[in-house]
Design a protein around this ligand. Structure first.
Ligand code: GLC
Length: 556
């Protein structure tokens, strides 16, 4: 390479080249989003019809929950065929049309990749159980005897009896980290690894931009077996990322791995050669603790503990996802504080560790508190992932079992069944009661109301996009002079933003310095601040927040 080419390469700001570093990701289930054919269940054509809505909201990428054929015992996370589209959601053609229409709008599509296990209905398992000489037998993990610790390591306590179950056809026990109907695949078998690559290659060829890799720590367990501390094969992650990138250079793999900070670099790779993104479950749990208790220190500590990651790597931050709020890493006392505030009834809690409610119901439908939470989410160091309906403040239905409570149909209008379907009965009930009734909370009403949560969220997303420092830059947790106020400063390429959040419902006064800042331009309220004796004094209302740009309102 010539000297010039080398210099050019060296001066390229690598971080700027990763689209996922500053994307807004929107997670949805096709079945719950919009029904186009009146059969009561959402489908790809319905989703395609709603792409303009997502585009107007500012969504850069849609993360699709599993949409492949499945008996649906775990809402699609029990896949029965990795190479097809569930007929109830549309045809392969409908899928292709959807991807094409998303691309036209500049929206990428990422999909759940659920390869830790299959459904027991999957052809591979059906073959595997029939005969030990079938090539598929070794695609799963078997034991002739019931292992001693067959109850250790269950993911769904209370709903799962064991991690080893007897298969009546083979007469052997098979291993399943999750429900009994989800036998784990055996990644010690190179054929299974090769098949996982084929699945990735297949969907990349269908126009997919990346994968939300389900249950990462369980995929990489070696040897597959019971116990709480199995060895993990991190190299699998580098291999799978390299494979995916060999097919599509700008692919992203976003891992679901709820791990402690010491583990982070094992997943990202020390030089960023592992999976590019991970959900920051660690910060999420302390964030919920901070929202519930008003105590910020553990949350700040979690931010600092997860700060150092390679340049190419990125955190995905979220408030709520499609599962329970997992509070398993809090102390019992902390967890109980969150339970007391956000999920006091037993029916709101799940798996001894979490809460199965949406954010809006947890926050008592308090607009100020909801705004605080979302303003915070969009200002956390990383990429923001939101869940369908949260932009409206949708609620949950605790009559539905386990995590289905937070997966009710999208509320489009005040018409029957929330405009989700023209059928008499939706495949899952729409919320038609209480404060979160679709007649009160729906897209149509909020679109025409400039003070609605939807309008506010749209503005917030636009503001976030005008502050790329958050996704790309380095950050400092500021000493704001108030124990209730979190202050974050981001810097990137000589540009900088400062963002404050007051976790208390009472007004707070801050007093802080910002190195090199002559003026803080207020991005929301036109209330710019100059320092007094080198310090900024900003007062915040209860649950108030402020976004400032340092020295230049519109950066050059
Ligand atoms: C992940 C998913 C969850 C699913 C489980 C089994 O944890 O988020 O919804 O039940 O994997 O696939």
């Amino acid at each position: 390479m010539s000297g010039l080419a080398q210099d050019k390469l060296a001066s390229v700001d690598l971080k700027n080249h990763f689209w996922y570093k500053n994307a807004v990701i929107y997670n949805l289930e096709v079945s719950a989003f919009k029904d186009s054919d009146g059969d009561g269940r959402g489908d790809f054509t319905g989703l395609t019809q709603k792409l303009d809505y997502l585009s107007a909201l500012g969504v850069d990428a849609i993360w699709l929950a599993p949409f492949q054929p499945s008996p649906g015992q775990d809402d699609g996370y029990d896949v029965a065929d990795f190479y097809a589209v569930d007929k109830r959601l549309g045809t392969g053609g409908d899928f292709a049309e959807f991807v094409n229409q998303a691309q036209i709008r500049g929206i990428r599509v990422i999909m759940d990749l659920v390869i830790n296990h299959t459904s027991t209905q999957h052809q591979w398992f059906q073959e595997a159980r029939k005969s030990k000489t079938s090539k598929y037998h070794d695609w799963y993990i078997w034991s002739d005897k019931l292992p001693k610790d067959y109850k250790v390591g269950m993911v769904f306590p209370g709903y799962q009896e064991a991690v080893w179950s007897m298969d009546s056809v083979s007469g052997q026990y098979y291993y399943h980290r999750f429900y009994q109907f989800q036998p784990d695949l055996n990644y010690a078998n190179p054929e299974v690894v090769r098949e996982a690559q084929k699945i990735i290659g297949f969907w990349l060829n269908q126009g997919i931009s990346g994968f939300r890799l389900d249950a990462v720590p369980f995929i990489i367990e070696i040897p597959k077996g019971p116990g709480n501390n199995p060895k993990l094969d991190y190299k699998f992650l580098t291999d799978i990322r390299q494979f995916a990138q060999s097919r599509k250079a700008d692919v992203v793999i976003l891992g679901e791995a709820n791990v402690v900070p010491e583990e982070n670099l094992n997943y990202f790779g020390k030089g960023g050669e592992g999976i590019q993104m991970m959900f920051n479950f660690y910060v999420n749990q302390f964030l919920f603790y901070a929202l519930a208790s008003g105590k910020l220190e553990p949350f700040k500590k979690a931010l600092v503990e997860t700060q150092i990651i390679p340049d190419a790597s990125q955190w995905a931050h979220f408030l709520r996802n499609h599962d329970e709020v997992d509070l398993g890493r809090l102390t019992e006392k902390q967890r109980n504080e969150v339970f007391e505030k956000f999920g006091p009834d037993k029916n709101m809690q799940l798996y001894d560790r979490g809460i199965r409610r949406r954010l809006s119901t947890m926050l008592g439908n308090d607009r100020k508190h909801i705004e605080l939470a979302y303003s915070l989410l969009f200002s956390l160091p990383g990429t923001a992932v939101i869940r369908y309906g949260d932009e409206l403040g949708m609620g949950d239905d605790l009559r539905l079992q386990e995590r289905i409570s937070v997966r009710t149909p999208m509320q489009w209008t005040s018409d029957k069944n929330a405009g989700f379907t023209t059928a008499d009965t939706a495949f899952r009930p729409v919320i038609d009661f209480g404060e979160h009734d679709y007649k009160k909370i729906n897209v149509a009403a909020q679109t025409r109301d400039s003070s609605s949560l939807l309008s506010w969220t749209t503005t917030l997303i636009r503001m976030r996009k005008a502050c790329p420092e958050i996704g790309l830059g380095d950050y400092t947790v500021l000493d704001t002079g108030s124990p209730d106020v979190l202050g974050l400063r981001y810097e990137h390429n000589g540009k900088s933003v400062v963002i404050l959040h007051n976790f208390s419902d009472q007004p707070q006064q801050t007093n802080f310095s910002v190195k090199g800042a002559d003026i803080l331009y207020d991005l929301i309220n036109n209330d710019d601040k100059k320092p007094v004796a080198g310090k900024y004094n900003v007062s915040l209302k209860g649950y108030g927040y402020q976004w400032f740009r340092v020295n230049q309102l519109i950066p050059n």
